[in-house]
Design a binder for this molecule. Structure first.
Ligand code: GAL
Length: 368
């Protein structure tokens, strides 16, 4: 895992730095003008929730290790998870400001509600880098995936899965939390593919991205639309996809209609193998986390050439224009590319996926 993660980061950094003609900076050396700090730095990391396994399994440990490796083991990460509670995240942010961390990586529970905290950090001279979700307020940089593309990839896959039934097929949309700006982008991307091609009969925004809320909404949709009339479900992520599939099965579905997802979580990959979930969206968390760590360290150390090379995209938030950003691509994850994605990048081994329950299904798709 770590080796792959490092390799990905190294390749991104060397391409961009080579383009600028400065190569020697990555280890905390002397590549650019008047560094502000040395290696003895503290990065504050604020992540939004635990429902989705990505945060504790990938984001936090990868960022922690990359910060260490970029600072000759002298730098450290202090991590707080908000459990989907915006008030708690504001308190965690306040605490990090009080503790005088050197830089913040912030994945907001609620992009708007955290803005005053971002302003406080700014006033205290602490740079804030928005991680994965674009927080409002005066942030210094942003790193994420191309979130509109995520929705497009999901929408396209659903159309493909509906095959002949697109056009007449009734589709239910299970979108993410309204407090997460990514959710709006996933939805917009998906709608750009689905509108006019399928019949969207129900659309829900899911409070806090919680599977239990998605399940209750799906049960309501089944009651009102009728189980047999539902041709497919757009689910914005894997956690909700699992809940949607449970609701469909509990209502008596013998064959589950196509359901989308996102995040390549292990149970979703297993459902894909078993033919219960049509697809997920594969996002390279190692790439996002490693680049974020590099951004944070280069920002604190005042290595502006490296920082600029990492933030060549420009993104607007409702409160700020032209935020220096890095947006990364994503791919659809289906039965035919499990090896080239989650296995090759060290997310899971074949053994992790093909447990006793899934052995036969793995054999059918040639996963061994
Ligand atoms: C999004 C994030 C996804 C997923 C989702 C639900 O903001 O980009 O990867 O984690 O939140 O938690």
């Amino acid at each position: 895992m770590r080796r792959t993660a490092m390799a990905l980061a190294a390749s991104t950094a060397s391409v961009s730095l080579a383009a600028c003609g400065v190569i020697d900076g990555v280890g905390g050396g002397s590549s650019s003008a008047s560094p502000k700090k040395g290696d003895d730095i503290t990065v504050g990391l604020l992540l939004p929730e635990k429902e989705n396994p990505r945060y504790d399994k990938f984001d936090y440990p990868i960022i922690r290790d990359q910060v260490r490796s970029l600072t000759h083991d002298k730098g450290r990460v202090v991590y707080a998870n908000a459990d989907a509670d915006k008030t708690k995240q504001n308190e965690q942010l306040d605490q990090m400001i009080a503790d005088k961390v050197d830089v913040l990586l912030l994945d907001a529970v609620d992009a708007k509600a955290i803005a005053p905290g971002v302003q406080k950090a700014k006033d205290a001279g602490i740079p804030v880098i928005a991680y994965d979700r674009l927080a409002q307020g005066p942030i210094d940089a942003y790193i994420s995936f191309d979130n509109e593309l995520v929705g497009q990839v999901q929408g396209r896959a659903l159309i493909e899965a509906l095959d002949g039934k697109a056009g007449t097929g009734k589709v239910v949309m299970m979108n993410g939390s309204v407090t997460d700006p990514n959710a709006a982008q996933f939805k917009a991307g998906a709608l750009s593919e689905l509108q006019g091609k399928v019949n969207i009969v129900k659309s829900y925004d899911t409070k806090d991205w919680k599977p239990e809320n998605a399940k209750a909404n799906m049960e309501q949709a089944i009651r009102s639309v009728g189980l047999s009339a539902i041709a497919g479900v757009y689910s914005a992520n894997d956690g909700m996809a699992g809940a949607v599939i449970d609701a469909l099965k509990e209502a008596g579905a013998s064959k589950v209609p196509p359901v989308t997802g996102q995040d390549a979580s292990l149970d979703a990959v297993q459902r894909i193998v078993a033919g219960e979930q049509y697809m997920s969206v594969y996002k390279s968390y190692p790439q996002e986390a490693n680049n974020a760590a590099e951004m944070a360290v280069s920002k604190v150390q005042g290595r502006s050439i490296e920082f600029d090379a990492l933030t060549r995209d420009k993104v607007d938030s409702p409160t700020q224009k032209k935020i220096p950003s890095m947006l990364m691509p994503v791919v659809a994850l289906k039965t035919d590319n499990i090896k080239e994605t989650v296995i090759q990048d060290g997310f899971y081994t074949v053994e992790d996926i093909c447990t006793a329950k899934y052995k036969a299904a793995c054999a059918v798709i040639g996963l061994k």
